[in-house]
Design a protein around this ligand. Sequence first.
Ligand code: SF4
Ligand code: SF4
Length: 539
Amino acid sequence: MSEVPKPDELIENIDHTPPEEEWEKIESPITEGRFSYPAKGKNLEVMEFRAPGEWSPKDEEWPLPDNWQEIIHEGFKERLEKYRSLKVFMDICVRCGACADKCHYFIGTGDPKNMPVVRAELLRSIYRKDFTTAGKILGSIAGGRSLTKDTIKEWFSYFYQCSECRRCSVFCPYGIDTAEVTMMGRELLNLLGLNINWIMEPVANCFRTGNHLGIQPQAFKEIVDFLTDDIEEITGIKINPSFNRKGAEILFITPSGDYFADPGTYTFMGYLMLFEALGLDYTLSTYASEGGNFGLFTSSDTMKKLNSKMYAEARRLGVKWILGGECGHMWRVINQYMDTMNGPADFMEVPKSPITGTVFNNAASTKMVHITEFTADLIRHNKLKLDPSRNDSYKVTFHDSCNPSRAMGLLDEPRYVIQNVCNNFYEMPENTIREQTFCCGSGSGLNNEEVMDLRLRGGLPRANAVKHVYEKYGVNMLACICAIDRAAFPPLMEYWVPEVGTTGVHELVANALVMDGEIERTTNLRFEPLKEEEDESDE
Ligand code: SF4
Ligand code: SF4
């Protein structure tokens, strides 16, 4: 791992001065801290992808197959024919620059090739040269470039410095989605076996074991048992969730990060406590034990394969519908791609809350309801006993996770829930939230240690907005609805705003939730004393 500069040094060294030379002429050395380690052969082989052996992006010669140009050309052609959006995105950019300063990686690095317009140009210039008449005849005059080994290196570097967050697309007057350009760039690299391990390992694990972390069924159950012990200690209530139970009404699926590491585990405890309080007829699955879909960062085919597990399990268990936890890319895949990949899931019913009777028509096709929609509906119908004062030690702000916010417009429900379970809620500045939210800087498979420099830079705009509400209102807790965020924010906050912690929304819900038969609570889910107790001891 490269050495990370101190925050002041990092900021001082960001230079946004436009370069004098044209972007094509700017060299792009592959430097430590900005590249992820290549995928291991065993993970590529599980998915039947080309495994080029051991190599490093710093190597002069990359292990490309002899016919690499032909593979890229054919792969590009196939995708232009298959995805109308790609063809449109290649043709219609007018280089207006409206997207240029909207990417958190450009803001944090000052590298012109991290401008969305230039990132897309890395692919577009090859498209022009190889697939347009003007480019074939006029070459560079028409903006075309030849495909060289250096182009492949540039693609690897910059398509893995894009978190596919889609913020740039919000500002493009033509609606060009540079995240989808990145996805195609990664797909093409994948044809050559050039992938990164922090994506391919979760993909292989999920395909083989059911979740990104490769947690075996019995271990999953043991972890859940352990968490229910903690719940019992805090509330006096022992919960016994069912696994793989046929005939349950609802299948609950959440990202494995929620039951693997803090602070995700508190969110997971929150789900279990909520379901127990409701007497919900639900089951967990040890087969579909993952909500996230790292296929999104690999190829459409992989995304489809991983997505199908959730639906296969729902069919096998005979559930009526699926309730999904606080996850980022699960919801992007479900809402943007699921219907044309594995849907519509007609073997299930349109989700209906068994507690309120609300029919979630927005999920009529996917048959999957987001947990914050579900909980917001419960609160709106006054079905939960809540004591928000149990969260009084927290001054909370909310990060709109890129995928649920921009892919499914889930903007109001999490806020409504937080405002009902916490007394102190403060918004970050308007141009950094809701559709315009800034990425955590670690999305799309970049949440690894080796790119920490990039992550801290990419997370700077988000952290800056958190710092603003910390200084203005004393905010000390950043809530989010994504497991990657819950993993990415602790080091990001530690670096930029160390006074601020990270939480999932359902951790806050469970703190406030008054369950029938519970003992008097003295701590929150983190075993921290409740505020009243602190006050008493202060006196
Ligand atoms: S999708 Fe996000 S990370 Fe990628 S270029 Fe656009 S703003 Fe940057
Ligand atoms: S905002 Fe859209 S049209 Fe303008 S440069 Fe960016 S991608 Fe091209």
